[in-house]
Design a protein around this ligand. Sequence first.
Ligand SMILES: Nc1nc2c(ncn2[C@@H]2O[C@H](COP(=O)(O)OP(=O)(O)O)[C@@H](O)[C@H]2O)c(=O)[nH]1
Ligand SMILES: [Mg+2]
Length: 205
Amino acid sequence: MSILNQAKKELQLKIVYYGPAVCGKTTNLIKVHENVQTAQEKGKLVSLATSSDRTLFFDFLPIEAMSVMGYKTKFQLYTVPGQVIYNTTRQLVLKGVDGIVFVADSQYEKMQENVESFQNMEDNLKSLNLKLADIPYVLQYNKRDLPNIAPKEYMEFLLNNKEVQVPSFESCAHQCEGVFETLNMITRMLLGKFLSGLSEHSRKA
Ligand SMILES: Nc1nc2c(ncn2[C@@H]2O[C@H](COP(=O)(O)OP(=O)(O)O)[C@@H](O)[C@H]2O)c(=O)[nH]1
Ligand SMILES: [Mg+2]
């Protein structure tokens, strides 16, 4: 649910990084936070993590992007906790989502977890009366630096097999490779959707 403040000419969009435990969701936000240029572009990265380096609730990073047609756009990046038991938290974080980055772990032995997490995401969206097909999303195949990884084609077959294929990116998030390619794509898709909504609105008016 994008928040459009007409008075302030401000648009707020919520992007959720979803995926199984330890696939690299938090690392994506850390790298974005480290590499966004100026202080006013980036807010504070809030991480609610346990001592074992696992996200307990979520990570949150607000970033301010450029103005589009006079609207100042703000993106709110969230991650979910990947561990299976935290499903209620995942549902809460998904509330009001505008766009999703599904981060998959490229290691062969993680394929089942990837597929289960993707299914879990679709189920949780349904429980919020949302359909994945209506939400802009991209896929990120992370940890491409590791030796025991599945070919991209196989991951596409497992995760990018809907009627409409979505953009997908290979990444090494801890080296910041692929992190901004992924983020730029989802933000472009969201802004595109917003702008086409605006022009539809003005046609009707
Ligand atoms: N080898 C490798 N390790 C990564 C990569 N991205 C993240 N990691 C590591 O994977 C672990 C889990 O990452 P984290 O971002 O906490 O996963 P999350 O549970 O999805 O939030 C950390 O030790 C990261 O440094 C990557 O591309 N390659
Ligand atoms: Mg995390």
